[in-house]
Design a protein around this ligand. Sequence first.
Ligand SMILES: [Zn+2]
Length: 231
Amino acid sequence: MKNTKFIFIFLFVSLVFLLPILFALSEDDRQKEILHEGTVVDIINGDVLVLDNSEEIDIAGPHILTKGKNYRPEMAKNIRDLLLNQKIRYEIILEQNKKYQGRYPLHELVVVYLNDKINVNEKLLREGMAYFDYGYYPGVEAYKKLNEEAIRNKKGVWGTTDPPQPIYAREKSWLRYHYVDCKKLKGVRQKDRKYYYYRPKYIWAYHTFDFDCRYCALIEERAKAEGKEIK
Ligand SMILES: [Zn+2]
């Protein structure tokens, strides 16, 4: 009887000590559980991956343009070379919110892993092969930092003879967008301006009151009517 009791206590104590170890061991497996899998069959809108399971996912952090003055073909080629026909794993960090359709992204925002090691989101920004995607989503500050470092260290497109230049400036106080060469921007102090390489693709809830400067918008319209390129 005494022996049985001892064995019971022994088993109980062992379990109490072993359980945390077992959980620690399965941390890797649990990590894998939140990761989805797919093969990239196409890339649309610059950085939206179309998968073989017909899911469309948007890489959070980097943004790649498909047209405009700051379009860089090497960015488009780089992401295709890196991901097309590759098997990837991805974690959804911001789900599509039907309630905010039109304001929030149409695709799930994800972090993409290649060969289980390479964080594609960080890689594209670190190597200067993408613009920083303005917005409010998990990890946004870290992505912004990677982009700033790439610009400072002249990585990728930032090191070319014709590095991208900001096209828009936004007045912080008025939430008004201008072309960088707009006359009306001259009176706005540098520290009250924010520069953009492209017009942010999403109008976020925060940006409800943003508007375009009518002065430079009119100039643009006039130039277009005259067949001139002003961007
Ligand atoms: Zn303006």
